[in-house]
Structures are given as structure tokens and as C-alpha cells.
Write a protein that binds this ligand. Structure first.
Ligand SMILES: NC(=O)C[C@H](N)C(=O)O
Length: 323
């Protein structure tokens, strides 16, 4: 029996084309659906196009819209998998948001393109067909939201955009891809270590993301406190350290019950409470800073947004980040 794939187009370069002046622009709708339908020949595509946005325009509101569309179709029955086309700039954030929040037990694949639909070497149609094939594969189930581009299958938790223009931009620094797409089949070679899922209604809290640097002082942290944000994520140095001059700001935020989550500004590895000097990881932990578990800054921000939609209890938030 032919399987049904829910195909949701959201915009991004995969939906765009280049005009005669060389500018890449959105069109009225995604130009690839028909070709994908003919070429994939494997599934009936149920197409939704809730918005057509470059991915720098995507916010948690659009992420929630996608969650609702997927859950609605899933609850009605009749779909075997979901493929979402998305701009690559914030693709990893939408994918991780859906990974943490969608209540539906079926393969969900997010894909995009680095070259628009009419450029030489356009990768959109190829990535779309690869994604449909992954969403149809039995092994894709139970692995969380997947990101498929350039013949590789990555977890939403791990994959990140690593190159501004190269088609092999998505990489998983911590563990590598969990599978590959080949002409003859889809092959998974490992399972995601863990899965988390949260039920949320309204991810509308304000969470800011700040990058640490040599000589960072407390001014930005104190300004952020004055803005009455709900949470702060800091891309800290190395294994999770900050300059001593930033500690005044850290203490001010925590004494105001504003959760401060740290990740590393390093591309790889996890943050830990190793160093006992002022501003070192041990010192930060003693001050009440929450350590993330290998997430990058933009994903820790998504997770804190989701955490704050459920609780403002620091202990509970800390527990979520230890998973
Ligand atoms: N390759 C892309 O899709 C980049 C584009 N700026 C977007 O994210 O919408």
C-alpha cells in the first residue's frame, strides 16, 4: 500500500530561485513539490505550506505552528512520516524545538538547501527526495527529529550549520551522523543516546544568548537583568569558564532568580565544573549556574525557552539540562 508523507514547506533557500541580477528570492510557493512527487514515486505527498519565510524570520510562533500541524495530521491518522523543508540558517533550532515538543510517534525529517532551485548544482530536490526516503524507512522511527542533507542523517539535538555556503554544512560535532543515504538504501549506524519530550503551550518567555570573550565584564549581563529577561544562555570559554570581571553580573542575575545556563563557545565537547579559580566552572556551579550537556548556544536557548514555558523552579530547570 502506498504510504503518505506529510510535506510541510516553510521557505528558505530550498523554496527560492535566483533572478537575472543574481539575487536569491522567495517565490509564491515551493517549486519542488511536483518534481519530488514524480521522482520519489514512493509515497503520496500531502502538502502544507503554512508560511513561506527565509529562516532568519522564523520565531517560536512558527515552530509552534509546525508542531500543531504535525500533531493534527498525526491524530487524524493516515500519515506515515513528516518531511519539513526549511531555511538552513535556523533549521537546527526549529528541528530541536520539534524534537523536544512534538507529541507524535512517527519519523520527522527536516531538510533544506544551500543553493536555490534554479542554480547550477542545486541541492534542494536531491535533499528533499533523500528526506522522503528517510521518512519512509522503518528504522527512522523512534530516533527523534532528524536532519537530512547531503546524504547524511543527523539528530536534531546534535547537528549544526558549520559552513556559510558549502552543501556539506550540517555536521554533528559530538557524535557524527547517525546514518547515511545511499542509492540502494538508508542505513543507520547508531541510536541517539537519549530522548526527551515536553508538553508546552506557550513558549513566549524572553531568553537571551550571550557569547563570552577575553576581558568580558559584567555590563552586558547587568543590562540584560535590567531588561527583565526570563533566562540567559552564555557561550562560556573552554570547559565552562568566565572571566572574573563577569561574576558580578552572573551573581546579580541569579540573585534575581533568572536562570543562567552555560554552554561552551568551543565547537566540540561539554561544559563541566572543573576549575576552582574565580569564574572557573566549579565557582560558577557554586554560584548556581546551570550546566548544559553538550548543546550549542542556540539549542540551549531553545531548551531554556521550553523549560521556562513549564516552570521557573531552578532545580527543575537544572535537572532538565543534566539529561
Ligand atoms: N540556505 C538557506 O536556506 C539560507 C537562507 N538564508 C535561509 O535560512 O532561509
Amino acid at each position: 500500500m502506498e504510504k503518505n508523507i506529510l510535506l510541510i514547506h516553510t521557505g528558505g533557500t530550498i523554496s527560492m530561485s535566483e533572478d537575472t541580477s543574481g539575487a536569491v528570492k522567495p517565490g509564491a510557493k515551493n517549486p519542488l513539490t511536483e518534481e519530488a512527487q514524480i521522482l520519489s514515486g514512493l509515497a503520496n505527498l500531502i502538502v502544507e505550506e503554512p508560511f513561506n519565510l527565509p529562516s532568519p524570520h522564523i520565531t517560536p510562533k512558527e515552530m509552534m505552528t509546525l508542531k500543531h500541524i504535525i500533531e493534527q495530521h498525526y491524530n487524524q491518522g493516515g500519515i506515515d512520516g513528516v518531511v519539513i523543508t526549511h531555511g538552513t540558517d535556523t533549521l537546527e533550532e526549529t528541528a530541536y524545538f520539534l524534537d523536544l515538543t512534538v507529541q507524535a510517534d512517527l519519523p520527522i525529517v527536516v531538510t533544506g538547501a544551500m543553493r536555490s532551485s534554479n542554480e547550477i548544482g542545486a541541492d534542494g530536490l536531491y535533499n528533499l527526495i533523500s528526506s522522503i526516503r528517510v521518512a519512509l524507512s522503518r528504522e527512522a522511527k523512534g530516533k527523534g527529529v532528524l536532519i537530512v542533507l547531503n546524504d547524511e542523517i543527523h539528530t536534531a539535538e546534535n547537528a549544526t550549520k558549520t559552513h556559510t555556503s558549502n552543501v556539506s554544512t550540517f555536521q554533528s560535532p559530538q557524535y557524527g551522523p547517525i546514518g547515511i543515504v545511499t542509492k540502494r538504501g538508508i542505513f543507520f549506524h547508531h541510536m541517539p543516546a537519549s530522548r526527551e519530550n515536553y508538553q508546552i503551550e506557550d513558549p513566549s518567555k524572553r531568553v537571551v544568548l550571550i557569547k563570552a570573550h577575553a576581558g568580558m565584564d559584567s555590563s552586558l549581563l547587568l543590562a540584560v537583568k535590567e531588561l527583565q529577561v526570563d533566562g540567559v544562555v552564555i557561550e562560556a570559554l573552554g570547559q565552562g569558564n568566565l572571566p572574573p570581571s563577569a561574576m558580578k553580573g552572573i551573581r546579580a542575575l541569579i540573585s534575581d532568580n533568572i536562570p543562567v545556563v552555560i554552554v561552551s563557545r568551543c565547537f566540540n565537547g561539554v561544559v563541566q565544573d572543573i576549575y576552582g579559580y574565580e569564574g572557573g566552572g566549579k565557582h560558577l556551579k557554586d554560584c548556581g549556574v546551570i550546566f548544559s550537556n553538550g548543546l550549542n548556544g542556540q539549542k540551549a536557548r531553545i531548551k531554556l525557552l521550553i523549560a521556562l514555558a513549564m516552570t521557573n523552579n531552578m532545580k527543575e530547570i537544572d535537572k532538565m539540562f543534566s539529561l
